[in-house]
Design a protein around this ligand. Sequence first.
Ligand code: FAD
Length: 461
Amino acid sequence: MNERARVELRQSLRGELIAPADAGYEEACRLYNAMIDKRPRIIARCVDVADVITCVNFARDEGLLLAIRGGGHNGPGLGSCDGGLVIDLSLMKGVRVDTGRRTVRVDPGCTQGDVDHATHAFGLAVPAGIVSTTGIAGLTLGGGTGYLTRKFGLTIDNLIEADVVLADGSFVTASENEHQDLLWAMRGGGGNFGVVTSFVFRAHPVSTVHAGPIFWGIEHARSVMQRYREFISNAPEDLGSFIGLKSVPSTDPFPPEHWGKRICAVISCYNGPAADAEKALAPLLDGMPEPMLNWMSDMPFPALQTLFDPLLPEGLQWYWKGDFVKDLPDEAIDVHLAQAAEAPSELSLMHLYPIDGAVHRVAAGDSAWSERQAKWSMVIAAIDADPDKADALKRWGRSYWEAVHPFNLEGAYVNFMSDDEDDGRVRATYGRNYERLAALKRQYDPHNLFRVNQNIKPAAP
Ligand SMILES: Cc1cc2nc3c(=O)[nH]c(=O)nc-3n(C[C@H](O)[C@H](O)[C@H](O)COP(=O)(O)OP(=O)(O)OC[C@H]3O[C@@H](n4cnc5c(N)ncnc54)[C@H](O)[C@@H]3O)c2cc1C
């Protein structure tokens, strides 16, 4: 790429172009996960579809590696790249709620919090993640799990339309009426098929929820996990509730006498009144040891969605591993407890997110996300503020995963995968849908322009 080409690109964008010599470059490179330090050649802060088309054409014609950045939250930093062009969508932040149709149109730079903020005003929510700062684009294209998943499905199960810039620079709308195969592929196939410039989701009535964490000391973790395993399968779908092995954060408002203690946590959201929530949770709590704390209370849904934000600011070191989990036998629980006990930092955690209920009512072949029989999506996240701990975090994440993986399914939620996964893992994740995805990749992106992702290779001609 010569200087002239770069100048021409700069002139043809409405948004800003940032190169290494520019003042804002360091800040523009920064990703949520500070363990990742990628140095793109150009960052294009697109502000409209025309900018995105220009950038796609430019990267393709100049033979530049191309990354797409939504919220920049991806664990292995797949929203950026070394030496290439980053299409940074973070300035495209509009959200429009259609109360009549109960749908929401969302721009690709929105975070989860942006969407929750806009929909809550109308007593609605889109089922998605549990941390407000996460980008809605990357989360959606990988699948999207959260508190509302059991009742309303994955985020992709609520994705009804997407505007997409394809590898040849053309612009299409994928919906249930046109380019249905593209919509199918983008329901879980990640950023493999194009740059999404607008999403339309179905929204659902959600307003004040009864929600919060319940902690038990680690000495009770085995019995809590055993009880939870049975409980969640029979719990009403209005209850979203995940279980984790983690530590009490050493900060307010947590009681100082518990700071840093290892715990088993169940974090729940009941979409309904407190009395119904208490009834729903009774089979988990009855006859169990007294929790260390039970902070279930009424709160607006967006407040729940920000509970983790202060604990997980941008700039920490993260290493991720995931798996789909079908069963949680006692032997697996013992492995979890042994591995979690070796956690290298207070923030490091293991979570099991239920993906049952409405997720199981969609057939495996109806979207790219093929794993509809697993009961949980597991994430092991090794997290700390200290960059000197990066190796220790990776070591623990990998060894925990190696120990527990034999009890789990072969594939994983693509958004909880790292960049050290091989092709086999991506294939296992998509299962029987992989061949169809590879064929669609050949159709929509035959030269694999969009390859900074959990990559689906174009099928051979
Ligand atoms: C603190 C934290 C909490 C999380 N909680 C949840 C959770 O509750 N539920 C859940 O499901 N996931 C969760 N995740 C995982 C999250 O889904 C992924 O990290 C996801 O990749 C974030 O999307 P992003 O837009 O911020 O990522 P980015 O880093 O910007 O992009 C990630 C990937 O998406 C692709 N992409 C982004 N935007 C577009 C676009 N417009 N068009 C095409 N491709 C695009 C990129 O190519 C890249 O491969 C969490 C992550 C973090 C860090």
